[in-house]
Design a protein around this ligand. Structure first.
Ligand code: UDP
Length: 237
């Protein structure tokens, strides 16, 4: 049994603890929610449990299909052991349908299906509000190597193909999502962070109802129920 040692980090939605294995850390998912670059703060009751279980379920499924991830073992409703990685400071965003910042920036109505999936990078930098960059910027700033960017891009599109089909089986349309990748000590790139209604846009495939954090971001209400609904559809609990 791995011991939970000192807290290493506290983010907006998760805390990270050391364990007695230097290569493994423990992630503890919180119910805290933020939106609008931290302008809105609140709680989505039960979110931590949903995001922990959904992330683990999706990462296990992706592993089986050939995408390496940081996942090791679920310990409890909110706690999971993951491989310790150095996070590549990029938010990797894949889109199938126009929404959110893409719609605003480019004047494309939310809900417009894109002719092919898109990939974009934001530089993970709170002070500069995670600015959108291209892959040349990432190289020039030394955020990742060309080889790493190639690997990350190919995993991102593969993950999109797998998730899109998987979610449609639960009558959920995958609009867009954000991924983060990490480096193992030997340099191997693995999927890290989370895959949850905090980091994906999920729309009911029949009604178009939001089943994600946009309910909280946009003060639409019903976010607790929506998170539970996604967990119920995917995990049956
Ligand atoms: N996203 C995220 N964290 C961020 C920004 C975006 O998880 O800091 C996710 C978001 O949930 C959505 C996708 O990335 O599924 C694309 O978000 P977008 O760029 O449209 O930004 P937003 O409109 O959410 O500000």
């Amino acid at each position: 049994m791995m011991k939970k040692l000192e807290q290493l980090y506290e983010g907006k939605a998760k805390k990270v603890f050391a364990t007695d294995d230097p290569n493994i850390v423990l992630v503890d998912y919180k119910d805290d929610a933020t939106a609008g670059d931290g302008a809105k703060k609140g709680t989505i009751r039960g979110k931590g449990v949903v995001n922990n279980k959904l992330t683990n379920n999706l990462m296990k499924m992706l592993e089986e299909k050939g995408v390496p991830t940081h996942y090791v073992q679920e310990l409890s409703d909110r706690e999971t052991l993951v491989k310790k990685v150095e996070i590549v400071p990029l938010e990797v965003i894949v889109r199938n349908v126009a929404a959110g910042s893409f719609s605003k920036r480019l004047g494309v109505a939310e809900g417009t299906a894109l002719k092919c999936p898109t990939l974009e990078f934001s530089y993970k930098n709170d002070e500069y509000h995670d600015p959108l960059i291209n892959h040349y910027h990432a190289l020039a700033l030394g955020l990742a190597t060309q080889q790493e960017i190639d690997t990350i891009s190919s995993y991102a599109f593969k993950i999109n193909d797998i998730l899109k089909e998987y979610l449609l089986g639960f009558n959920i349309r995958l609009i867009d999502f954000k991924l983060e990748f990490g480096r193992l000590p030997d340099g191997t790139i693995v999927l890290a962070d989370e895959i949850s209604p905090d980091t994906c846009r999920f729309w009911d495939a029949t009604t178009g109802a939001h089943l994600d954090k946009d309910l909280f971001r946009r003060d639409l209400g019903g976010e607790e129920e929506a998170y539970q609904e996604v967990m119920k559809r995917l995990l049956g609990v």
